[in-house]
Design a binder for this molecule. Structure first.
Ligand code: ZN
Length: 259
């Protein structure tokens, strides 16, 4: 499994860093975890055709994790060049996609209004997954990638994801509470190959943070979605020294990791 960080910033775009999004590659299949970045352009930059996308998964209903869906939806739905694109977007409750259709096409039914005869099926299919129970719920399985959602408490309908493909297990924690009291147990109770967590709300230099993150059963912990004012790069380095042998990496846009 390969993870390419398309956007690593927190709520605001920083210099050289878009809001949250990651591209996951398993074999020939591609997936997105959060779509806060202008992913259609970023995928074009990487020579990844949109038809390779098999699914997108949104962790929670905050704009910086889904705003890129507006441009992606418009691009895919409006242009004949992308007739071969079709993938589901698994979203939590709390996002009004009828309002997105009104914004893009002036009609809650979206682009179909303009194709009265033989309207095509939607190529970007929004599917709401219900709030996950503590033990997690499988929200996606296409035979290549399995995605299990676990509840976290950042805002209502917030989730961490466990991604499983090619015999590897990767956890995206999504956004968390500042005190990390909702740090997902799947990252500490089962061995995983990679954890991607945030540093927008969490304070890496809080006294309890190294102890909590250090319990992760992973060889590598990636800090993405970092607010540099709250968590300057030195705080990542200090954390790394505290939780060795776990390797701590500060993500940047365009960074790729293979697990
Ligand atoms: Zn958030």
């Amino acid at each position: 499994m390969k993870i390419t960080f398309l956007g690593t910033s927190h709520g605001i775009t920083e210099k050289g860093a878009f809001c949250s999004s990651a591209l996951v590659t398993a074999g020939d299949a591609r997936y997105l975890v959060d779509v806060g970045a202008p992913v259609d352009t970023l995928l074009a930059n990487l020579d990844v055709p949109l038809r390779d996308l098999r699914g997108a998964f949104i962790t929670h209903p905050h704009q910086d994790h889904y705003v890129g869906l507006a441009q992606l939806t418009y691009t895919v739905e409006d242009f004949g060049r992308f007739l071969d694109v079709a993938f589901p977007v698994l979203t939590p409750e709390g996002i009004d996609f009828a309002a997105l259709n009104v914004f893009l096409w002036g009609d809650p039914r979206g682009h179909e209004r303009y194709r009265v005869e033989d309207p095509p099926p939607r190529r970007v299919r929004f599917e709401v997954y219900p709030d996950a129970p503590a033990e997690g719920s499988l929200i996606f399985d296409d035979g290549v990638l399995r995605v299990t959602a676990y509840p976290v408490r950042h805002i209502p309908h917030s989730h961490a994801f466990l991604l499983e493909a090619e015999g590897k297990r990767v956890v995206f924690t999504g956004d968390l509470l500042r005190d990390l009291s909702d740090y997902p147990r799947v990252a500490t109770e089962t061995p995983v190959d990679l954890v991607v967590t945030e540093a927008a709300h969490v304070r890496l230099d809080d006294p309890d943070t190294p102890e909590i993150l250090g319990k992760s059963r992973t060889p590598v912990l990636v800090i993405s979605h970092r607010a540099p004012g709250r968590n300057p790069i030195e705080s990542v380095e200090k954390l790394a020294a505290r939780i060795a042998p776990i390797k701590v990496i500060a993500a940047f846009d365009g960074m790729t990791l293979e697990v």
